[in-house]
Design a binder for this molecule. Sequence first.
Ligand SMILES: [Fe+2]
Length: 314
Amino acid sequence: MKVQEIYNLAINKGIEADFRGKEGVEKLLKRRKEKYEKLSEKEKEEFDLESFKNPYLDSRVYHIAEDREIKRVLVGIDIEPAEILMAKEISGIDLVIAHHPIGRGLAHLADVMDLQCDVLNFYGVPINIAEGLMKERIDEVARGVNRLNHQRTVDAAKLLGQNLINSHTPCDNLAAKYLKDLIEKENPERIGDLMDLLKKIPEYREAVKIGAGPKIFVGSEENRCGKISLAEITGGTEPSPKIYEKIAQAGIGTIIGMHMGEESRKEAETSNLNIVIAGHMSSDSLGMNLFLDELEKKGIEIIPCSGLIRIKRA
Ligand SMILES: [Fe+2]
């Protein structure tokens, strides 16, 4: 496989696992195109044309130094210039794959957060409330990433002649779908049962060994789960703290997330929600692994780095 084929595979896998379904994603892409048609020539020049075919603008091809057949990849959760240098030191690395966005993908992180409106709606939060509260948060995230040094890692890849891509939301979608299917199948009654279930997943089991396993942020093992939401596993980053009251009103009892800030935790506590934080690197690893298994099937060798807990399933 070549770089673009690997990237396309990630996007397609992400669409397959998307909460909105294939039709929902196609509708979104069509809407973007219609919006583009209405723009002035000047606005069209600045428009990101990739958004017509890619629903996940936080996932990109950053640099193709040499468009060769890919046999060996270095994959990490966060890729910085240090990892690009590492790729040079380890012999025969054809491509570096990051999970978290860099470069243009990082600048567009807020663009994928729309997905959360649909996911929250899927869990019963009225769409107007989800959109209202998310809009505020999306703008905040967009301003937050604005100040960053987006191109730092991309520049390193260009200088050292390294192929570089990332897959963020597509892989988070895979993790969310995996957890959703497992929870629907096992239907844990109490938070303790849910914790036991999560700890059976090898990525979380490994994380437990280094003290980064699943944690109960709000609630106790004895609490009943009620309806479990996976709205926070995918969709860019954390939502607005104001959403928790609405999620509770929508009939959700427990939220499984990757990470959660203190303000959100307090809001969730006030709303009597149970919060289980599965773990950040481990949850990101789960989603990446489900994609990387596909690459291994094609004969590509995976070398994990930068927090990736590599577990092979297939
Ligand atoms: Fe992450």
